[in-house]
Design a protein around this ligand. Structure first.
Ligand code: 9MG
Length: 284
């Protein structure tokens, strides 16, 4: 179970986190900019499509992105967060700024999704004072420059080592293990080769048996593999989500909630048939 504000999320089957991008960044074809009404509608559609939780992001973290100011981020985020309070699913807020974390938690956020894994001064304290879950993500460098020349000797070991260090740091501050989610950070300071190694060995990033979140949806690694532009990456995104689920991901951060749910349903139906097959209940 993941403790997520007032929610307790079961982790027996992969959960779907629907992305709600509040930035003017239209890279993934999902930016709703400052159109609060459209953002709320989009969030509601994600819930109807079967999202188990939502992730609101008001500052772009894509490679080369220019940071948003604190005021810009709050201005984009808070009206949408207010409208979604009590929407029936936990709302995560994608931010690394402690001030935004505090404001979001006060307005009912149930999870903080931090690409800096609470490394910014004041971030651990902001989350520790709440009952929110937190996603600790690995990133080498920072968004503006992270894709210029990522280097690792053993990417899986280094990402797992980083996550173990962050788990220790947040646990020392009193954030319980039942509130933690880990994330290898696909595309955050990683080449295609690094990303593929992490996906192939995703289970090794589940440090201490903690749940893992995988964010692969529409990412450029899928464009590199398929040669497709961002608007044509649905099949690749579904394949990647399914592979992550089969390698042990507990939460899938996706743009296309309904399609991801269908893909997972097929896998789960096959899984459900397996014990019966093994015990001879189904014909060979
Ligand atoms: C904000 N954001 C973009 N990509 C992400 C990913 O892969 N994981 C997490 N936790 N956040 C992400």
């Amino acid at each position: 179970m993941l403790r997520c504000g007032q929610y307790l999320l079961p982790l027996e089957r992969p959960l779907i986190m629907g992305i709600v991008n509040l930035t003017p960044d239209s890279f993934s074809g999902d930016g709703v900019a400052s159109d609060t009404a459209r953002a709320i509608e989009h969030a509601q559609r994600q819930i109807e499509a079967g999202a188990d939780l939502l992730d609101l992001g008001a500052e772009s973290s894509r490679p080369g992105a220019i940071p948003a100011s604190l005021d810009e981020e709050l201005e984009r985020l808070l009206p949408v967060l207010d409208a979604l309070a009590g929407c029936g699913v936990p709302v995560s807020v994608d931010t690394y700024k402690p001030e935004v974390m505090c404001a979001a938690i006060e307005r009912g956020a149930s999870m903080i999704n931090d690409i800096y894994a609470l490394r910014r001064p004041g971030a651990i304290e902001a989350v520790a004072a709440s009952d929110c879950a937190v996603c600790l993500m690995h990133m080498q460098g920072e968004p503006l420059t992270m894709q210029q020349s990522p280097v690792y000797e053993d990417v899986v070991a280094e990402v797992a080592g980083f996550l173990a260090e962050r788990v220790g740091a947040v646990a020392s501050a009193g954030i319980g293990r039942d509130r933690l989610v880990l994330d290898p950070g696909f595309g955050f300071g990683k080449t295609l080769e690094h990303n593929l190694a992490l996906l192939a060995r995703l289970d090794e990033t589940a440090v201490g048996g903690l749940p893992v979140l995988a964010g692969l949806s529409r990412k450029s690694m899928l464009g590199t593999i398929t040669g497709r532009p961002v608007g044509e990456r649905l099949p690749a995104s579904l394949s990647a989500a399914l592979i992550a689920a089969m390698r042990g991901a507990h939460i899938l951060r996706v743009h296309d909630v309904a399609a991801t749910r269908d893909a997972l349903s097929v896998w789960q139906a096959v899984e459900a048939a397996r014990p019966a097959f093994r015990s001879g209940l189904l014909p060979a």
